[in-house]
Design a protein around this ligand. Structure first.
Ligand code: DGY
Length: 323
């Protein structure tokens, strides 16, 4: 019997590639940059499976070019790069990798929060550039953390893990928004579910963990930053388009808020000429939240398990559009 053909849109860890190669004929895109859309369409044309990354747009045009496709296994927990209804309409299952990157992502959210609050980027740049002239009694003042209020926007797994770290380690009070109440957060972290406006007004730290969808796109604009405290630190590890970056840059420049730490931007990569990089109170890292060997290996294995299940007609371990 012929083996299913699968296009893998980038090299992912060997643990995932080897698992898939045991069942399928793999065509792995070897470049650092994503395949251009027309190349992606060409490569997937006679495939049963596709391993996509968050940089690969899976839309109706791509699906129409791949009539044999049974499964799209996304190497990410987020799947805003995929037109899920279009997949569902064609009977294509979509898999993602939840759970395995929770801790790594929460670690980056906390790192960004601490670094932005205590001015690590601009004080380190000053030291390196020779602007460290003496011990400064009034210099490089940051924000305190102990006992402050943390606002988690989107109390899913990663929001919870972030809040757990900051509540447990720094005694932060936790407010959150979520579609439904989260009894675990209320019980274990003493957290309180509130409306976004209240969260923004009361929080010293705002950390964004909501997924990107039509209701969250542009959620943070000038009005939202204006509601926040002037001492507030804003952190985003979810997706860039939740934030109006022009409004964020203005808020950081004008002192409407104190600082920001971003793992995600819109677009990605954000070009070095972007105004946010010029602001000393804005720390940007290149979407690294899941970048540890254990996490990327676990993502690769889960991604492979979804793919193999999809091409063999079994239920996906993590499916975003189960039938
Ligand atoms: C995801 O999985 O959605 C992350 O953003 C990538 O690590």
């Amino acid at each position: 019997m012929s083996r299913p053909k699968v296009f893998v849109a980038r090299r992912i860890p060997e643990s995932g590639l080897n698992a898939m190669a045991a069942h399928c004929d793999l065509d792995v895109w070897p470049e650092q940059l994503p395949p251009p859309p027309e190349e992606l369409r060409r490569r997937v044309a006679d495939c049963t499976g596709l391993v996509s990354l968050l940089t690969d747009r899976v839309d109706a045009a791509l699906l129409d070019a791949a009539p044999k496709l049974k499964v799209v296994s996304n190497f990410a927990v987020g799947f805003n790069n995929i037109d899920v209804p279009a997949c569902t309409a064609r009977g294509v299952r979509v898999g993602n990798t939840p759970g395995v990157l929770t801790d790594a992502t929460a670690d980056i959210a906390v790192s960004l929060l601490l670094a932005a609050a205590r001015r690590l980027p601009d004080s380190a740049a000053d030291a390196k550039a020779g602007r460290w002239l003496t011990w400064e009694p009034l210099g490089w003042m940051g924000q305190d953390l102990v006992g402050r209020t943390l606002g988690i926007v989107g109390m899913g797994r990663i929001g919870f893990a972030t809040a757990k770290r900051l509540h447990g380690g720094w005694g932060m009070k936790v407010l959150y928004t979520a579609r439904a109440a989260k009894p675990d957060a209320d019980r274990d972290l003493g957290a309180r579910r509130v409306e976004l406006d209240e969260l923004l007004a009361q929080s010293d730290y705002v950390s964004v963990h909501a997924d990107l969808n039509p209701t969250t796109k542009g959620l943070f604009g000038a009005a939202q930053f204006a509601r926040m405290k002037r001492s507030a630190v804003f952190v985003n590890t979810s997706r860039g388009p939740l934030v109006d970056q022009t409004a964020l840059a203005a808020a950081l420049r004008n002192g409407t808020i104190f600082a920001a730490g971003l793992d995600v931007t819109d677009p990605e990569p954000l070009l070095p000429s972007h105004e946010l990089y010029a602001l000393p109170n804005c720390l940007i890292v290149p979407h690294i939240a899941s970048a540890t060997p254990d996490t990327r290996n676990a993502m690769a294995r889960l991604c492979a398990n979804n793919l193999i299940a999809g091409v063999t007609g079994a239920p996906l371990p993590h499916c975003v559009n189960p039938v």
